[in-house]
Design a protein around this ligand. Sequence first.
Ligand SMILES: [Zn+2]
Length: 371
Amino acid sequence: MRETPAPPPRSASRRSGAAALLAAGLALAAGFAACGPSSSLAGPPAGKQTKPEKVEKMKTVLSKSGHDITPLSREEVARLAKKLDPESYRVTQKSGTEAPFCGNLLDNKKEGTYLCVVCGLPLFSSEHKFDSGTGWPSFFREFDPAHVTRVTDTSHGMKRVEINCARCGAHLGHVFEDGPAPTGERHCLNSASLTFLENGAPVPPESRPVKAETAYFAAGCFWGVQHWFSRGPGVLEATSGYMQGRTEKPTYRQVCEGDTGHAETVKVVYDANRITYRRLVEAFFSMHDPTQLNRQGPDVGDQYRSGIWTVDAGQEKVAREILEGLAARKEYGEKRIVTLVEPAKTFWPAEEYHQEYLAKNGAACHVTNPW
Ligand SMILES: [Zn+2]
């Protein structure tokens, strides 16, 4: 059914949706007479749709503090930016600057963490806040240096270093070299770019360090299964491989022709703070046909069997509950669900050319988008 393709060069197309990289806006040095709405407010354009990006999903990037800082797609940033008030939208998405001595966080003395107002990534901590006298909230270092990116800004006839959220690209402010010890840096922030989270308050899922857990699913040819799992919200990585067989380190050829007993399986590493195992199992059932025995679509053979390989009793309980619920509700009519639920054996990653196969080759597959 399939040919063995030559691995094509990886697409290097995707970049952060950082609208804030456009250095526009007002100079920090400019004087402002009063607080209140600015005449240059630019809210989200009404009814304007962002063109979907047809690009490869980036590998997950984790910071030293354990946060997922993989740049968000332009679409995702646009979705998040819709919830912003006009001032936060103008500052973060149009590189605006709020009037000095006007931001709500300038005089905030409470202990806690300053989060990106757009994506919730922790950016600064009250431990590093100081009174710079400039009229803008100031910090001498970042919460985690990897959470804040720097770019040269030559607007307004000045050469400054603009700072942005590493995950969503939101414009935050600028960093100057006239801060206090120990860094000598002054991160000059707009309150409108931040949300304050006081110590002890519940931490939103998007602001927590990643809680990585693993799940394994077999739903036929792994090309499409890996493709859709990798695009799940909160999925950190999806890898194609072979599982539940009788031999070690199987090759694709051995699995297809050698009767090794392996099933084409996708290993899904996910952030349990952002997506549940239950949601993954539901996605698994909705992306393929669990009533087909030892085949999916055009692919026939027991390597294409439908299966959930569980890593503990908790996963097994959830998987069986969902399977039995689908059967009881007759979701597939009179057809029997043949999905196996078994304890996971060793996962053997497939050859590199099978990884992100659809993104590399643009081929279609039997599975449907479950998200
Ligand atoms: Zn952000």
